[in-house]
Design a protein around this ligand. Structure first.
Ligand SMILES: C[S@@+](CC[C@H](N)C(=O)[O-])C[C@H]1O[C@@H](n2cnc3c(N)ncnc32)[C@H](O)[C@@H]1O
Length: 225
């Protein structure tokens, strides 16, 4: 049996649950109290893709403005930083201050310490609030705050996947911007809501690791193809 050491815990605001950081022999795991694993450092290809795929669609990346919702283990942030140029600014909104602290320590080494990159701006708080205050600000908005539109950790995040949440994200985009959403599972109702907001939607299925096993869903949505 594998041995895990608990290194930290933090309350998840508004949920009564906790986020827990564990260290294994050569990996880390973030779990929700009750035992569900939110993510680990071994399987992050779909988190990487959430950062890479929308940035690949941009015509200019040199001075791109990107918003990421949910730092997690920093893989999406690291993937965005690989795609954008020296004058880019990448804002990461993270609800739980301890998650930011964990990424400043040994956990951050797994994603290459992207919080130390001079292009990174960290916003400790709710990405929903930031979206509402950011009209016309971003070329890419990449959201991964839970297990997907059917959240497991915090029902307050449901708004982000509602028609009004999608509309607020759309408003926070620059004219030729791209929205990207991560989900553990396909969700035709959510895809329908994106389309009903007038967005052109592409659904991608991405392996969590390598080329077999679990697959995750990423939606890319924009006003123009
Ligand atoms: C699944 S992880 C993100 C994984 C990330 N894509 C990566 O590459 O590691 C979800 C993160 O979103 C954060 N979060 C949850 N709700 C949030 C919200 N409303 N605003 C900002 N961050 C949130 C959680 O604390 C957690 O760190």
């Amino acid at each position: 049996m594998r041995h895990w050491t608990k290194l930290g815990e933090a309350p998840i605001p508004g949920s009564g649950k906790k986020l827990l950081l564990y260290r294994g022999k050569d990996d880390f795991s973030i779990r929700i109290s009750g035992g569900f694993e939110l993510m680990n450092t071994r399987k992050h290809a779909s988190e990487d893709a959430l950062g890479r795929l929308p940035c690949k669609r941009l015509k200019q990346t040199e001075a791109a403005r990107v918003l990421i919702g949910g730092l997690g283990m920093g893989f999406t942030l690291a993937a965005v930083l690989k795609e954008v140029g020296a004058r880019a600014e990448v804002t990461v909104a993270e609800l739980i201050p301890e998650v930011v602290e964990w990424n400043r320590g040994p956990l951050g080494e797994f994603s290459g310490m992207p919080l130390n990159d001079p292009r990174t701006r960290i916003h400790v708080g709710d990405v929903a609030r930031l979206l509402r205050e950011s009209d016309g600000c971003f070329d890419v908005i990449a959201l991964d705050v839970d297990n997907g539109p059917e959240g497991l950790t915090n029902s307050e995040n449901d708004w982000l996947y509602s028609i009004s949440g999608i509309a607020a994200a759309q408003k926070a985009l620059r004219p030729i911007g791209v929205l990207a959403y991560w989900s553990a599972n396909p969700d035709t109702a959510f895809q329908g809501r994106l389309r009903s907001c007038g967005l052109v939607v592409e659904e991608k299925t991405v392996f969590a690791h390598g080329n077999k096993g679990a697959r995750h869903t990423i939606w890319l949505a924009s006003l123009n193809e």
